[in-house]
Design a protein around this ligand. Structure first.
Ligand code: GLA
Length: 387
């Protein structure tokens, strides 16, 4: 765990120049899980869990990276970028490679980064890595790429360089988040609107299972494929269909016999989740926290039973939260198979809930879960050291 001034000191110990500073954000997602790569809607926000970057150009073809939180370094020639066995370095190198592929001329950089954004917790530390570095390079080299395009470039880098077929939600939220607001993003058109995250006498708390099952990375591409498989079946009957976004539950039912039970359930989940998101946006506008909480619980059931991306630790936390006085809803957040649950709780219930759930989880799994109170903040940005 490092703060901004630690990162500046670490940079200055290693390198001569005065660095540019970037504060990259993690993200939460209120609802709309596994909908982004299906051209659907998501409702994320950038939050106050950060990775700080100190970065400066060095006038050579070599880049030197230092990951302060884990004490690892990596150096590479910017004209010979190849994936290596350090995942974190791949996230950064992929950005440089994609920028060069876009035709811009870069130089080598020196970069130190670290922060307080928990890794593997469903808050998308990987998108924060990509987006912080991308914005840093964009600023250092006056590239003026623009935030939406930077988000797309970061997603492309995940696909092509890191090899993860993710949607655009995480990068978009990290770069375009705004204080006090969630982003309702249409992942097909990339049109978006800000929705005030005004929760009345409630707040959002994240509870970290502290587990991250291997399945998270292996099953994600499987889900992407399963959804495509469902779309291909429906396309045979409806030529205008491009993604699950264009498919209704009625269409799915009409061709259910042509789908395996698993593919049917995956597709039904995504279609229902888009509908839940629309309703959740109305709940936020009307301040209907009770219904919003119910929708979170329904999403969790869908992710567990239809989409098959939960795990015992997440289910335990959600089951414990369900029905706890003052807790309106909870669900797993992000890709699944570990990481955090997001909980909608009344302020007055906070203390007892967190105390009881922490104890119960420890008793069950022998792990002390962490919890975080998060605030929607302005997305990834260049900062000064005083900030
Ligand atoms: C991961 C991916 C996102 C999204 C979520 C699930 O965070 O990076 O694109 O698909 O899982 O909603």
């Amino acid at each position: 765990m490092h703060n901004l001034s630690d990162i500046v000191s670490l940079y200055e110990e290693r390198f001569d120049t005065h660095p540019l500073l970037v504060r990259a954000c993690g993200r939460i997602n209120i609802i709309g899980e596994h909908t982004d790569y299906n051209n659907g809607f998501v409702l994320p926000a950038a939050v106050n869990k950060h990775i700080y970057f100190a970065i400066g150009e060095n006038g050579t073809a070599e880049s030197h990276l230092f990951a302060a939180d884990i004490g690892e370094s990596y150096s590479f020639n910017i004209h010979e970028i190849e994936p290596c066995d350090k995942l974190w370095a791949n996230y950064l190198m992929g950005i440089m490679q994609q920028l060069q592929e876009r035709g811009v001329t870069l130089e080598g950089v020196d970069c130190v980064f670290g922060g307080n954004l928990p890794i593997g917790s469903g808050l998308s530390s990987s998108a924060a890595l990509e987006c912080g570095f991308a914005l840093g390079l964009d600023t250092l080299f006056c590239l003026d790429v623009g935030r939406v395009e930077l988000a797309q470039l970061a997603q492309r880098s995940s696909h092509k360089f890191v090899g993860i077929p993710c949607g655009i939600m995480d990068q978009f939220a990290s770069l375009l988040g705004r204080e006090g607001q969630a982003i309702k993003l249409d992942c097909r058109s990339l049109e978006y609107e800000y929705i005030p995250l005004d929760l009345g006498d409630c707040e959002l708390a994240l509870i970290n299972t502290k587990v991250h099952h291997e399945l998270a990375s292996s099953e994600y591409p499987v889900r992407v494929r399963e959804c495509r498989e469902g779309v291909a079946v429906i396309q045979k009957h409806h030529s205008g269909v491009e993604s699950l976004r264009d498919i209704t539950l009625d269409m799915l039912e009409a061709h259910r016999s042509e789908l395996s039970e698993v593919i049917y359930r995956r597709c039904a989940y995504v279609i229902r989740e888009n509908a839940r998101l629309e309703e959740a946006a109305v709940c936020l506008a009307e301040g209907n926290m009770e219904r919003l909480g119910e929708l979170l619980l329904l999403t969790h059931e869908g992710l567990r039973d239809e989409y098959g991306v939960s795990c015992p630790e997440l289910d335990f936390l959600v089951d414990f939260a369900r029905g706890f006085p003052g807790v309106l809803g909870a669900r797993l957040m992000g890709g699944g198979f570990g990481g955090c649950t997001i909980n909608l709780i009344r302020l007055e219930a906070r203390e007892k809930f967190l105390k009881d759930i922490t104890k119960a989880y420890y008793r069950q799994f022998g792990i002390h879960p962490e919890y975080y109170f998060i605030r929607p903040v302005d997305g990834t940005k260049v900062v000064r050291e005083e900030e």
